[in-house]
Write a protein that binds this ligand. Structure first.
Ligand SMILES: Cc1cc2nc3c(=O)[nH]c(=O)nc-3n(C[C@H](O)[C@H](O)[C@H](O)COP(=O)(O)OP(=O)(O)OC[C@H]3O[C@@H](n4cnc5c(N)ncnc54)[C@H](O)[C@@H]3O)c2cc1C
Length: 512
């Protein structure tokens, strides 16, 4: 069996950045199910948050992050996030990421719910692409071994500790085992669970299912962020229209051309994402439309084209000149706050198993993520993972302090008349019943269907069948968590429990 000190599953920012740090300390294998640059990271537009501006401070960044998290952030990890941010940005610059500058200084943009401009960006609105391309070039030039089109299907344990992984070469169909000392799950989010999503096709929650099936704890799965503004054009996948567009003065209008956000929030178009997403949904229902409009026509055309070149070009390619026409938009599934439960060193409850990036839950986002904190979270906690692998530690130290009630998925009930399990049925059900607005009836119906599907999972033979199984497990964890949480908080909104409840200022953790 091939042995590596570190096996990293995934080649987004979390996988690549961890690999570049880990290679200083041992041998590293990355397995990734697509090409090296197939991931969500390359779609990131707005940028990366760090308190480096003159009028900013880590205290202010801390306060904004805690406020967005709606009572469920982990104060310890948020403090680490904001205070280590400037050093991690310096690392990225060191690796060659060319952040945009203005008059010789790094340019900082403002996004919703940040009290000051603090978002670094690259290529205007192509930050993720610049990061992904830069880091993947660095990895290619390094001794890191990369296996592309290689799907990790199982974590192998030995005496309760990490022993290696099982993976399938998607081109030859050969299944191989690799042994290692440490595994870093860097498999990204799970936006593909939903009918409308800004996520790429790799975001199927594989790391969460792998970890869950190995006995790792999964937390906060009910908190999924829906981005308010994804392009809604027939036949076009929901391309993200960054929050920064509203930060620069873009306003939302309904199909009658009226501004509506001031009616829903004192922060109007710059209200937190969950508030804007729900407001758009209510407005769409009111006007009987499947979209609203984002209007940037009042901004200078030059500014729009230079500050948002990627969005401008994408829309123009679809016959929409956003300097003259309003942009049709609607909410779409965007970011998973929950995931594999890790501590401030990225450690799970299984010795040798770490998780980084969107697949992990460090607790920094709480019930709702502050825009542009996710790329930052990847850097800060990936660095800490590699530091942690350099010291000896015992298993008890790895266990999280704040153990909340542990749950298990209920045993599967046979449901007659369950719809056929296929990707469109799964995605439509999640969008309709476990989406922006939830209630008991819809969640219960989804939970029963998912339980039936879970009991009948098809044998996996290729990437699609494996991902479908993975998505059913993720969907069950999400739906059961959303059913349990009888309140509304952050991105989780229950129309039957529309207010937060002090009883629910706690986390829901699942383990097999
Ligand atoms: C449209 C869009 C815009 C965004 N904008 C911003 C922004 O401006 N600022 C910000 O901070 N965040 C933003 N985000 C969120 C941010 O981009 C992601 O949270 C972050 O890039 C996730 O990085 P990652 O490395 O964890 O996952 P990813 O970049 O998604 O990488 C996951 C990797 O794991 C691989 N993988 C998955 N499963 C397996 C498996 N079973 N076997 C092998 N490989 C596997 C995938 O192929 C992929 O290479 C945005 C997200 C989207 C979708």
């Amino acid at each position: 069996m091939n042995y590596y000190d570190y096996i990293i599953i995934g080649s987004g920012i979390a996988g690549l950045y961890s690999a570049l740090l880990a290679i200083e300390h041992g041998s590293v294998l990355i397995v990734t199910k697509g090409g090296i640059e197939d991931c969500n990271t390359r779609y990131a537009q707005g940028g990366i948050a760090a308190a480096i501006g003159k009028n900013d401070s880590s205290d202010l960044h801390f306060q904004d992050t805690m406020a967005a998290g709606d009572g469920l952030c982990n104060e310890e990890t948020v403090r680490i996030l904001v205070s280590e941010a400037p050093d991690r940005i310096a690392d990225l610059i060191g690796f060659g990421v060319p952040f945009d500058t203005l008059d010789g200084e790094v340019a900082l943009a403002r996004e919703a719910a940040h009290s000051v401009p603090r978002i670094l960006h690259a290529g205007g609105d192509a930050t993720g692409e610049y990061i992904e391309v830069t880091l993947s070039e660095q990895v290619r030039m390094s001794p890191v071994k990369v296996l592309e089109y290689c799907l990790a299907t199982e974590i192998l344990l030995s005496d309760g500790q990490v022993g290696g992984i099982k993976a399938i070469d998607l081109r030859s169909g050969i299944v191989e085992e690799f042994a290692c000392k440490f595994i870093i799950l860097a498999t990204g989010g799970a936006g593909r669970l939903f009918k409308y999503t800004t996520n790429g096709d790799t975001a199927t929650g594989d790391g969460i299912a792998l970890a869950y099936q190995s006995g790792a704890e999964i937390v906060d799965m009910e908190f999924f962020q829906f981005h308010p503004t994804a392009l809604r054009l027939p036949g076009v996948s929901p391309f993200l229209i960054s929050e920064a567009v509203r930060g620069e003065g873009g306003v939302l209008r309904n199909t009658e051309g009226q501004r509506f956000m001031p009616e829903y929030s004192p922060d109007a178009d710059l209200a937190p994402r969950d508030v804007v997403a729900r407001s758009i949904l209510f407005e769409m229902r009111k006007t009987g439309s499947d979209r609203v409009f984002l209007d940037v026509t009042q901004l200078s055309a030059t500014k729009v084209a230079t500050r948002f070149p990627h969005i401008y070009r994408f829309c123009l390619d679809h016959s929409l000149d956003i300097t003259r026409d309003m942009i049709p938009v609607a909410p779409a599934a965007h970011y998973l706050m929950g995931g594999v439960k890790v501590n401030a060193w990225g450690e799970t409850n299984i010795a040798g198993l770490f998780a980084a990036g969107e697949t992990a839950c460090t607790g920094v986002h709480g019930a709702n993520r502050l825009a542009s904190n996710s790329l930052l979270e990847v850097l800060v906690f990936s660095k800490r993972i590699i530091e942690r692998t350099q010291v000896d530690y015992d298993l008890t130290a790895r266990r999280a302090k704040d153990i909340a009630p542990l749950y298990q998925l209920p045993s599967c009930e046979a449901v007659r008349d369950a719809p056929i399990l296929n990707l469109p049925n799964l995605q439509s059900m999640l969008w309709d019943k476990v989406g922006i607005v939830r209630d008991l009836e819809g969640l219960h119906e989804a939970a029963l269907t998912l339980a039936a599907w879970h009991s009948l999972l098809p044998a996996t033979s290729d990437r699609l069948s494996y991902e479908l199984n993975t998505m059913v497990i993720n969907a069950r964890l999400m739906t059961e968590s959303a059913l349990l949480r009888e309140e509304s908080r952050g991105a989780h909104y229950r129309s039957d429990f529309p207010r937060p409840s002090a009883n629910w200022k706690t986390h829901i953790i699942f383990r097999t």
